[in-house]
Structures are given as structure tokens and as C-alpha cells.
Design a protein around this ligand. Structure first.
Ligand SMILES: Cc1ncc(COP(=O)(O)O)c(C=O)c1O
Length: 375
């Protein structure tokens, strides 16, 4: 049997939605983007949602909205995708890496304060695999030191913290979602910023389209006008009606798709929990995870991935910590010894396939092979 690490969930509904947009004859940002933003903010229960062409763009513009400057510092976990660190470097600001917890793989809140200096401007918690970070504690630290909070929620749709949807937490400045091909809602490429702050929302809307003070659709719609001003040095980060049409269809199915991932996670948990050589994911009881990823920890990680590959099971590793990358080591002088937990988690982690369209036969096959090769 061949089981890829990920397969995107798409049906004829997505195809119909895209076809309708193409037939309407307006392919870039337009009415579908507006509809997607409105539905997304309703779903999350945030005041604003701004659709962009990636989460990287979302994180970048969130940092621009808080006025990040050259030499400023931003604290983030080392266990994240490179995009979270990269966007900080766009400002000639400094990504300050924090170690993580061994159980959740999220930022270790007990290590944040030691990293704060008079240059620190923000904390960027990453909700690893979909499990929310300790947001109350992060807010207490941020408030004490007058820092902004920008959540990297690329994995966290839908996830909740103390019964509040990620993206709607009132003490957060902005939350950034990803709609990349492997994410729980996929538009191929795409992202969204949610916020309850009208100034941030306005700033991001303007900067997603070259700093122009009107959206494309405002200019081209029949009631629109050709005139515009450029009020900031923005970027070209707008999304398209084709992507938004996909997003609208997938948003409606979020609960159903999450239930399917929960079912897979439960099957894995039951099968692996008593095996002394497998450490299963740990979810804190005051929050829910999207189950974007299902990460086990084992000894001999590389050997097990190779053996699973031979049996046709695609796996991945999340993440190679930022402090291990040659560019980041060279530029910022990160030392391996400062991230002992992230190193140990990284050396043992394997992400197993978890996506809605996996059949029971495939799930059982993966379980059988994992139990066969783990030692
Ligand atoms: C934690 C995290 N942050 C940010 C991103 C960037 O998302 P995008 O590809 O939409 O820019 C990713 C993508 O994999 C991610 O995993």
C-alpha cells in the first residue's frame, strides 16, 4: 500500500466554485475575497479578517502594522517553520529564539522573560500542530513588558483556548492563518489575518496592495473610481477570487474535516499509548487542537522513517529547528546548547499522515507498520 504524507481534501464542490469564478470573468481580488473574509471573521468571531496570499505575507504585514524597526527583537520558538523567523529579518530586526516544552512542543513560557531586553517589541507564539500555546501566561508577560502578541496560527484552524476560537483571543494583537496546500483549510496558497483592532486591519488592507488606499475591486467595480493614492510602501500580497472561492467551500466543511482528523488521532492514540517506545501527542485539557499534525516521538527516528517509507508510508518531521539552519546560525550566532529540549524533540519526532480522506484500511495499515518497525 502507498500512503502519501498528505493529500488535499477536494471534491466537486471546490471544482464547481472555481468554475463559477472563472465564468464570471474576474480572477483577482474581488467579491469572493470579500465574502471569504466576512465568512471567516464570522466563523472565528473576530472583528476583522483580511485575506492574503500566504501566512508568510500575513506575518510580515502584522509586523509592519506594529511598526517593527531595524534592530528590534521579536521572540519566537525555535520549533517552527522558517517563515516565522524570516519575516522578522525583512525589517533588519532580530529573531530571538526560545526553547520549547517537551510535551506540547510549544514555546516554553518559563524561558521567555530571560530573553526580553529593551529592544524586544513582540512575542510570536506558534500553535504547534494546532495545539494553542499558554496564551494567558504569554499575555501576562507581554503586558508586563509592553510587548505585542502576533500568533502564528498556521496550524490552528480550528483550535480553541479556554473555549475561545484561536483568532479571536481578546489579548492578542493579530493572528495569522495559512491556507497552504497541506493545511486544514487549503486554497493552494493563501493566508488570513484576524484582529479586533480596526487600525491594524486598515493598515494590513492597504499594505497588501502596494500601499494603495483602495482595494482593486473598489477601483474596478462599476461604482468604483480610477483615482487612488499610495499612502505606504506596501507589498503585492492580495489573494484572488479563485483562491477565495476554494476557501469558502472549505470553510463550510471545517467542523466535519476536523472530526475526521480527531477520529484518526484517537485511533492512533489507542493503538500507540501502551507502547513504551512511542510517545504520543500530549494535549492540555483547557484547549483543543485542529490535529493539523500527529507527531509521535521515538528512538532511532531516521531508521523508522526509512522503514516506514519502504512500507509505502509517507512521513515528515516538524520541524528542523530554526537554530540549526546555516543561514540563521551564521547571521544570528544561535548555539545548539541553548535549545536542549527543541534538540531532543527534533531528534525523536515523526509526523504521521493525518488527513480527512484517509480510509480505515489506510489508518490500520499505518498503525500496523508503525508498531512493526518501532523498537
Ligand atoms: C508554523 C508555520 N508558520 C508559517 C507558515 C507559512 O505559511 P505559508 O506557506 O502560508 O506562507 C507555515 C507553513 O508551513 C507554518 O507551518
Amino acid at each position: 500500500m502507498q500512503i502519501p504524507f498528505h493529500k488535499t481534501h477536494t471534491t466537486t464542490d471546490e471544482i464547481t466554485a472555481i468554475t463559477q469564478v472563472i465564468k464570471l470573468g474576474w480572477l483577482t481580488s474581488g467579491p469572493e475575497v470579500v465574502k471569504f473574509e466576512n465568512k471567516f471573521k464570522e466563523y472565528i468571531t473576530s472583528a476583522y479578517a483580511i485575506n492574503l496570499n500566504s501566512a508568510t505575507a500575513a506575518l510580515h504585514l502584522a509586523l509592519k502594522a506594529i511598526g517593527l524597526k531595524k534592530g528590534d527583537e521579536v521572540i519566537l520558538p525555535t520549533n517552527t517553520f522558517v517563515a516565522t523567523a524570516e519575516v522578522i529579518t525583512y525589517f533588519d530586526a532580530i529573531p530571538v529564539l526560545c526553547d520549547i516544552e517537551d510535551n506540547t512542543h510549544n514555546i516554553d513560557i518559563s524561558k521567555i522573560e530571560k530573553l526580553i531586553t529593551n529592544k524586544t517589541k513582540a512575542i510570536m507564539p506558534v500553535h504547534f500542530a494546532g495545539q494553542p500555546c499558554d496564551m494567558d501566561e504569554i499575555y501576562t508577560i507581554a503586558k508586563k513588558h509592553d510587548l505585542k502578541i502576533i500568533e502564528d496560527a498556521a496550524h490552528a484552524l480550528p483550535s480553541s483556548y479556554k473555549n475561545i476560537e484561536i483568532g479571536a483571543l481578546k489579548n492578542t494583537d493579530m493572528t495569522c492563518f495559512s491556507f497552504y496546500a497541506t493545511k486544514t483549510l487549503s486554497t493552494g496558497e493563501g493566508g488570513m489575518v484576524t484582529t479586533n483592532n480596526s487600525d491594524y486591519a486598515k493598515n494590513i488592507k492597504i499594505n497588501r496592495l502596494h500601499g494603495i488606499n483602495k482595494d482593486v475591486w473598489d477601483r474596478y467595480a462599476l461604482q468604483g473610481s480610477w483615482q487612488y493614492d499610495v499612502t505606504d510602501n506596501g507589498c503585492k500580497y492580495n489573494s484572488t477570487d479563485i483562491n477565495a472561492a476554494l476557501g469558502l467551500v472549505q470553510l463550510k466543511k471545517q467542523k466535519k474535516l476536523r472530526d475526521k482528523r480527531v477520529n484518526i488521532a484517537q485511533k492512533y492514540n489507542i493503538a500507540f499509548k501502551d507502547n513504551p517506545n512511542i510517545c504520543i501527542p500530549f494535549i492540555k485539557n483547557d484547549r483543543t487542537t485542529s490535529w493539523h499534525l500527529y507527531v509521535i516521538k521515538v528512538k532511532n527516528r531516521d531508521k523508522i522513517i526509512n522503514e516506514l517509507k519502504k512500507h509505502g508510508v509517507g512521513c515528515s518531521v516538524h520541524f528542523i529547528p530554526i537554530h540549526k539552519f546555516s543561514y540563521y546560525k551564521k547571521e544570528y550566532g544561535y548555539k545548539d546548547k541553548n535549545y536542549p529540549i527543541a534538540n531532543s524533540v527534533y531528534e525523536r519526532s515523526i509526523s504521521l499522515p493525518i488527513y480527512p480522506d484517509m480510509s480505515d484500511k489506510e489508518i490500520n495499515y499505518i498503525i500496523e507498520k508503525v508498531l512493526m518497525v518501532v523498537e
